[in-house]
Design a protein around this ligand. Structure first.
Ligand code: GDP
Ligand code: IMO
Ligand code: MG
Length: 423
């Protein structure tokens, strides 16, 4: 195998970090391709928990080269903090961590604007992570953004920051935000440029060479397909393409190099922030999932909204990405449920559809059509062989496979690296 891709198939937080840590242990490169520090990927090894926002989750394997591709929007302060935290944990990144010279840079302006826009939004807020992701991608798309390579040249950075500075101040002021916080941006980012320099590389050329040399490359998706800018529940989405296309365009890897696309599905559904969620449970069952699954955001600490597995959304995500294999996480959280429901259709105005609607308003109005399966009472967190899982749990996995249209290749039964069952 040369290139393997891994995507979240719901609204993020499916357990991608854990699965990347396991599956990339034998690869040469692990690459983040899109998103930014809105991501929070948790890896748990021997009781030690590490949450990664920008650095690929393969960093815990000492031989793996970690690449932040040009599709990522890079917050340099966050990046340097993460490197320092890893060092404190005894994880050395020297000589094996690279940042694309083409990656766009998140500035304080983007983060302040993100927060101020959310505050100013009348009606439904998106509930962003306030990491400046949307405003940074907005400048990229309007061809005004600054890239990592611009940080390496002090004069260029000075003149580029001066361009449009007044407009930026006015924009913040009009939203009631305080532009004085931008005062030391130049000095701060000149310093970031110096500190970032050893990590900066032409990662397109690096990955091209790696593909040519038959190196094993793992592409780590962030967020989830239902948060995709084009395919997700727009406007309640993130500002990047979280689908397979985003992983290719954000890394520079050619499509034909991909051998296998993994899709990670949580055994139930969660969502952070606003937006339609047909199977949401705002009752004690939902609270039980949140408690047992420790469903609190790895980036913002916000409680995650919880609900039953939605096979309509999951199948849509499998189809639009051509997912080869499903990785099912957090099924241990469902232990003790007498019955487990799966959404197999959406009812709207007496009409039932199995298609994922484009319209977020329609999706917020549908009533889920449920199929109910018997649950299991056993604690499965110590099980390591598929055949030893309770028969009802295996029945649940079979049904997910059938409804989603792809095989379940691995089942995760706990947060730790060891809590994994191959099928
Ligand atoms: P990501 O963004 O997709 O990497 O997921 P997060 O790290 O944001 O959230 C997943 C959470 O579930 C983390 O706290 C993981 O440690 C945890 N986790 C992952 N897989 C499992 C599992 O199979 N069972 C349980 N109980 N927890 C898991
Ligand atoms: P990982 O990689 C879950 C959500 C936010 C918000 C919307 C837009 O850990 O799965 P943004 O800050 O991106 O403009 O916010 O997207 N969101 C995530 N939800 N997991 C994530 O990443 C997310 N990244 C963004 O909560 O609803
Ligand atoms: Mg997460």
């Amino acid at each position: 195998m040369t290139v393997t891709a891994l995507l979240g198939l719901q609204w993020g937080d499916e357990g991608k970090g854990k699965m990347v840590d396991i599956l990339s242990a034998t690869t040469d490169f692990v690459v983040r391709c899109q998103g930014g520090s809105n991501a929070g990927h948790t890896v748990k090894v021997k009781g030690q928990t590490t949450v990664l926002h920008l650095i690929p989750s393969g960093v815990l394997s000492p031989q793996t080269v970690c690449v932040i591709g040009h599709g990522v929007v890079l917050d340099p302060g966050q990046f340097l903090d993460e490197v320092a935290t890893l060092k404190e944990q005894g994880i050395n990144t020297d000589g094996r961590l690279f940042v694309s010279d083409r990656a766009h840079v998140v500035f304080p302006f983007h983060k302040i604007l993100d927060g101020a826009q959310e505050e100013a939004r009348e009606g439904a807020k998106i509930g962003t992570t306030k990491r400046g992701i949307g405003p940074c991608y907005e400048e990229k798309a309007s061809r005004q953004g600054l890239r990592v390579l611009d940080l390496l040249d002090g004069n260029r950075l000075r003149s580029r920051l001066a361009d449009g500075a007044e407009m930026k101040k006015k924009r913040l002021t009009s939203l009631g935000a305080d532009p004085s916080e931008l005062a030391n941006t130049l000095e701060l980012y000149l310093e970031f440029g110096r500190k970032l320099a050893p990590y900066v590389a032409d990662t397109v050329a690096m990955l091209h060479d790696a593909v040519s040399d038959d190196k094993r490359i793992f592409l780590e998706g962030a967020q989830g397909v239902l948060l995709d800018l084009d395919l997700g529940t727009y406007p309640y989405v993130t500002s990047s393409n979280t689908n397979i296309g985003g992983l290719l365009s954000g890394s520079g890897i050619p499509a034909r190099a991909i051998d296998c696309t993994f899709g990670v599905l949580k055994a139930y559904t969660t969502r952070v922030g606003s937006g339609p969620f047909p199977t949401e449970l705002e009752d004690e069952v939902g609270q039980r999932l949140r408690d047992r699954g420790a469903e609190y955001g790895a980036t913002t600490g916000r409680p995650r909204r919880c609900g039953w597995f939605d096979a309509i959304g999951a199948r849509f995500a499998v189809q639009v990405n051509g997912v080869d294999k499903i990785l099912l996480t957090k099924s241990d959280v469902l232990s003790g449920c007498d019955e487990i429901a799966i959404c197999t259709g959406y009812r709207l105005d007496e009409h039932v559809t199995e298609r994922y609607p484009a319209d977020a308003v329609a999706l917020s109005q549908v009533e889920p059509v449920y199929e109910t399966l018997p649950g299991w009472s056993e604690d499965i967190s110590g099980v390591r062989a598929y055949d030893e899982l309770p028969v009802n749990m295996r029945g649940y996995v079979d049904r997910i496979e059938e409804l989603c249209g792809a095989p379940v290749a691995m089942v995760s039964v706990g947060p730790g690296r060891e809590a994994i069952i191959e099928r």
